[in-house]
Design a protein around this ligand. Sequence first.
Ligand code: ZN
Length: 600
Amino acid sequence: MSDLPSFADRHDFENASRGFVAALTPGIVTAADGRVVWDSDAYGFLDGDRPDTVNPSLWRQGQLCRKQGLFEVTDGIYQVRGLDLSNISFIEGDTGVIVIDPLISVECAAAALKLYREHRGDRPVMAVIYTHSHVDHFGGVRGVLPDGADVPVIAPAGFLKSAVSENVYAGAAMSRRGVYQYGAELPKNPDGQVGCGLGLGVSTGTVSLVPPTLDITHTNQAETVDGVRIIFQLTPGTEAPAEMNFYFPDRRALCMAENATHNLHNLLTLRGAVVRNPHTWARYLTEATELFADKSDVVFASHHWPTWGRQELTTFLTQQRDLYAYLHDQTLRLLNQGYTGTEIAELIELPPALEHAWHARGYYGSVSHDVKAIYQHYMGWFDGNPAHLWELPPEPSAAKHVEYMGGAQAVIERVRASDEDPRWTAQALNYVVFADPGNKEARELLASTYDRLARGAENATWRNFYLQGADELRGRRATTPVDTASPEVAAALTVEQLFDSIAIRVNGPKAWDKAVTIAWDFTDLKEEMRLHLSNGVLIQTHSANGAPADLTVTLTKPQLLRLLATGSLDGIETTGNRGALRTLLGVLDTANDQFAMVTP
Ligand SMILES: [Zn+2]
């Protein structure tokens, strides 16, 4: 393990408790049907002494994330922390309150607002601000905005497209892998999930989405909401495709969204994502520091605790910046010397000042997987070695490995007799399991190797991956917890995105010999679209040129959503051959969000 900062430095604990007003007691949020969607009391074990089943640095981070309740950040600015993965912030205006980032679930956001109001009065919500397009920053919005509320909803330009598109293309695979990343199905105890680094866990309530009404389109855009002046800095392509920081001049307070938090963040989340660019990220952190640091007394964000003091927050912001810039530049320096991503991940060490800064530790991202992400961003999956150009896929490769290693029993005995690095043991035993998933002894041995790797992991998401993998090797398959493709999120998709979501479900070989053209006339959108199925691919166009349509469907977008969800044509007008639609629906696959990960 690398050199750690000092555990005697308790400053983060002071900051994580500073301004404490009250906790939610009990720390449990339930849905209307009584189902528990958030339980911070389940993490009570973190208040005790660290057992040797958890990495000391990660245990410390879990203790910090566990501090739950309403906190005063500065005069007129409050946060509820620890009631979901993210923070919800409240900015008091002339007559009411502005809500920043209403958590993942409606139920959690409502509980947080209630807690705030119990201590700060029954202030009406005058506006909502989404810092960025990830679900933990908007999903609970219906919990703070009653139906029909007519208040501004402010978001960075491009918010809606980014917020919903993640669920269109790789949604099922990401949510399956998300179960591993967040360890949502693992027991909360010293042998199980002890947090996610970024927070304790993800709530499992109702996800909602109210589209923004006011876009922030440029840096230095100034808005006044309920008497509160806000100056925005647009930071696209940092932690999210659409993200922004903003400054409250009258409170000398800076909100850094998720661009500067108390961990090294992900450049590529382990659940899968498009790679983020640390070069862009670092550049915007420089800009934020130059624009606002000198005029700020406190920095807060939508995860973790604030940082107070001009000197301290400037150091925090510049170190966060240096962290991303260093990883970016050093990875490129080394790849230009011929090292591959896996090699660079072992070579890079952070400069001592960053290595010894608690907020730069890899609880969520890690130097190892962030470096591989940068390599991937610039160079792709191929490392240039022709041996890796056309490798056997995992199952036949595993069978060959085991055969060449002298058979499954020889591998197992070798592992039992030696005290190898568990990184290697995991690789070797994984061959045995992929060659013969029925080999119980190999499965248990691999599971205990994952347990061992989990106990050593400083990174919470690595720990969760190892433990979830061990669980599934032992026969306990997790189910998908959060449905981020909720009806409101689906309804926010454009027609083009909805048709894209159909196109990626076309079973190519099944559709090779099918050819249909369907015209879609959207009466509510005043828009005409065409779908052409041929060669196993579904193409959408706006043009009415080309082949005459086999079928014309006249409908509204809500009717399309219902048609896609249920296959029902009720109330939808069609002319032509309805068989064309049956042909199309007949070649669509359904995504599998329960696929195997640690077995073939
Ligand atoms: Zn977040």
